[in-house]
Design a binder for this molecule. Structure first.
Ligand SMILES: Cc1ncc(COP(=O)(O)O)c(C=O)c1O
Length: 387
């Protein structure tokens, strides 16, 4: 089997991740904060260690502001619902995943917020930072929410240029790093990111049911627990959610085994050279596929052009003339044992932008376990299908 659907979730997980989840479940899986006996304290220390690892991984200096979440969707909802209030204005981009666009659209439909959607100026999907500058200059804005890397087009957005613009305008900057974390260089301080939501189960190679939300200093006094309130272990006498970090946004029992596995995943990434090495590997893998798709007239390639690999992550989205994307994926699965995702990828706005709505596209997304031979096999299969 060839698995090239890493944008959905990474698979297979590195062996040390699997081993650590198993070890944690066997040896340490008491409930952090719930009690004071030694096993609880061991589990608690382990969670604190991974929290620190994650914070450092994105350049965050206060580990208690790294909130464990269950997915990128969870973190995005905690961020959006935690900072946006009735009467606010929010700026978003057209490539946004449903996990950003749906909660915001819901608020807008209820008449609670003014929602401004930025359309990238060209089909490659890259925003012009000036668009953001114009949008936030027009009216006071609470939040600018941008997807760092499009899960449909593979385009990396210039968040390093956008962050200072958002900050200067006094808005909060929320970045969806679902497709970039683990590969792109992210530094919340340098990039002026106030809220960074990411999954643990994609580029970070961690288990499903893991993720994180970084809350920067400018968002700390604004963000409120709007998604879940409840038990925190300590501070049980508080009648409402205790205003203590990370408990403020972290009610309920964690996916502790998943978090332990995520810690092992971060070590595994660092040992392989960190995000820069991961991105290099992804781009080397995807390049022959991009070159092939761009050079064969039967295929339509979406996202940055073949000569602009520096603007893309390891993902290729395309269509074959005359064959529905869902059929391509089904044939790849049934006849070639190749796993890809077809359709709208939970980001209909991105497909509208490039004209592939409503059928969507076929998406090949690579990960650290893929090999050049596998990508050659994918290209061979696509040639057969197109022929
Ligand atoms: C850009 C983007 N944002 C958010 C999400 C949601 O991530 P999760 O599956 O961790 O909830 C995805 C998932 O594919 C994504 O691609």
């Amino acid at each position: 089997m060839i698995y090239v659907d890493h944008a959905a979730t990474s698979f297979p997980k590195p062996e040390p991740v699997i081993a650590e989840v198993t070890r944690f479940l066997r040896e340490e899986a008491a409930n952090p904060g719930r009690g004071g006996y030694r096993l609880v304290r061991t589990a608690e220390a382990h969670m604190a260690r991974v929290r620190g690892q994650l914070a450092r991984f994105v350049g965050g200096r206060q580990p208690e502001r790294m909130i464990f979440t269950y997915s990128a969707t969870d973190g995005l909802n905690i961020a959006i619902k935690g900072v946006v209030r009735p009467g606010d204005r929010v700026v978003v981009d057209q490539l946004a995943h449903n996990s950003i666009s749906r909660p915001l659209r819901h608020m807008a439909d209820l008449g609670q917020i003014e929602l401004v959607c930025l359309t990238p100026p060209t089909p490659d999907g890259a925003l012009d930072p000036q668009q953001v500058a114009d949008a936030v200059a027009a009216k006071p804005t609470r939040l600018v929410a941008i997807v760092h890397a499009s899960n449909v087009l593979g385009t990396l957005e210039p968040i390093g240029a956008i962050g200072p613009i958002v900050r200067a305008a006094g808005a909060l900057f929320l970045v969806d790093a679902a497709q970039s974390i683990g590969a792109a260089d992210i530094d919340v301080e340098r990039d002026c990111i106030d809220l960074l939501a990411f999954p643990g189960h994609k580029g970070l190679q961690g288990p499903p049911g893991t993720g994180g939300l970084w809350v920067g200093s400018r968002a700390v006094d604004t963000i409120a627990p709007a998604v879940r309130e409840g038990g925190t272990g300590g501070d049980s006498a508080f009648p409402t959610q205790p205003p203590i970090w990370p408990h403020w946004l972290e009610a309920g029992t964690h996916n502790t085994a998943g978090v332990a596995g995520l810690g092992a995943a971060l070590e595994w990434i660092e040992a392989r050279g960190g995000p820069a090495a991961m991105l290099r590997h992804e781009r080397e893998l995807i390049r022959p596929l991009i070159d092939f798709l761009a050079s064969d007239g039967r295929f339509t390639l979406y996202g940055p052009a073949a000569d602009r690999m520096g603007d893309r992550i390891g993902l290729a989205s395309f269509n074959i003339a005359g064959v529905a994307p869902a059929d391509v994926a089904a044939i790849l699965d049934a006849d070639f044992d190749i796993c890809v995702r077809a359709g709208l990828h939970c980001a209909p706005g991105a497909h509208r932008h490039v004209g592939s709505f409503p059928d969507g596209s076929v998406r090949v997304s690579v990960g650290p376990m893929n090999t050049p031979e596998e990508i050659a096999a994918v290209i061979g299969a696509l040639k057969r299908i197109a022929g």
